[in-house]
Design a protein around this ligand. Structure first.
Ligand SMILES: [Zn+2]
Length: 276
């Protein structure tokens, strides 16, 4: 059992007034970020996260806040909150789903665009109406320049190739193409090639890990629950679900996740597998 200083990596999807299973309300998200700011937690950039893991010297009260997919509501509702509290987070973009066009309005500005629920967003994606539910590159660029978000890869197409293609060689080629397209798109749009990849629906196997490494990804994010410690496997980074709960719940959880022994015991109990 590892008792080193933990570094929680939180996982969000939507921040929106329209409730859903993977949606945090703007009020609760604001309360959670306000609590981090008030209590001296530092929300790391991915570069800082990389640096901390390289030295193995994890400072107390460090946290990485991540978002999956790249929804429009991240710009409309999460960006203004991060800006208000001087906090930062990371979005793993489905790079083939991000559109062009001017920045839309975000909360606090004139007319805020309607944001779909998760279910509606998935239907819009299936219909090819990605712009209704997902970010535009102009918004990505603005948030990146504002220092509220870093942007990394959630593949180019969010396809579960393991379900789509049986033949291993053909599947490997499809995944490799998907990963390379995502890296190339991020490099072309943002000027830097990303070493951070988050798996769609958390699925990976050893072939996936090998192909990601070959494509140039060194930090692979999963949906396996747990806290990051200095001895973490970079190809298997655990994350914790941030729920749609007020500051009191968040404070209790962060109080556990931030403590070396308590986090190990708590997460061991939760998984029914002490020691992980
Ligand atoms: Zn996803």
């Amino acid at each position: 059992m590892s008792f080193g200083q933990p570094l929680p990596v939180l996982m969000y999807h939507h921040v929106s007034p329209k409730p859903g299973l993977i949606t945090c309300s703007p009020e609760n998200f604001r309360a959670q970020m306000a609590w981090l700011a008030k209590t001296g937690w530092k929300t790391l950039s991915t570069a800082e996260f990389e640096a901390v893991l390289k030295t193995g010297d994890i400072p107390k009260k460090s946290v990485l806040v991540t978002f999956d997919d790249g929804y429009l509501d991240n710009w409309v509702y999460a960006h203004p909150v991060l800006q208000e509290f001087g906090q930062r987070a990371t979005i793993f973009l489905i790079t083939g789903w991000i559109g062009d066009g001017p920045c839309r309005a975000h909360a606090g500005q004139a007319v805020v665009p309607d944001v779909p629920t998760h279910k509606q967003a998935m239907a819009a994606a299936a219909d090819g109406k990605l712009d209704d539910a997902f970010l535009r590159w102009s918004e990505v660029e603005l948030m990146r320049n504002a220092g509220t978000f870093d942007f990394h890869s959630h593949t180019h197409s969010h396809t579960r190739w393991d379900r789509r293609i049986d033949d291993q060689t053909t599947r490997d080629t499809a995944l490799a193409d998907d990963l390379n397209a995502s890296r190339a798109t991020l490099a072309a749009r943002l000027g830097t090639a990303s070493p951070h990849l988050c798996w769609p629906q958390g699925y990976f196997d050893t072939a996936y890990q090998r192909l990601a490494k070959e494509a140039g990804f060194t930090h692979l994010y999963t949906t396996e629950p747990g806290v990051v410690r200095a001895d973490v496997e970079l190809a298997r980074l655990p994350r914790l679900v941030a729920k749609d709960k007020p500051a009191a719940w968040f404070a209790r959880r962060m109080g556990i996740y931030g403590r070396p022994l308590l986090s190990a015991l708590y997460l061991g109990l939760k998984s029914g597998n002490p020691g992980h």
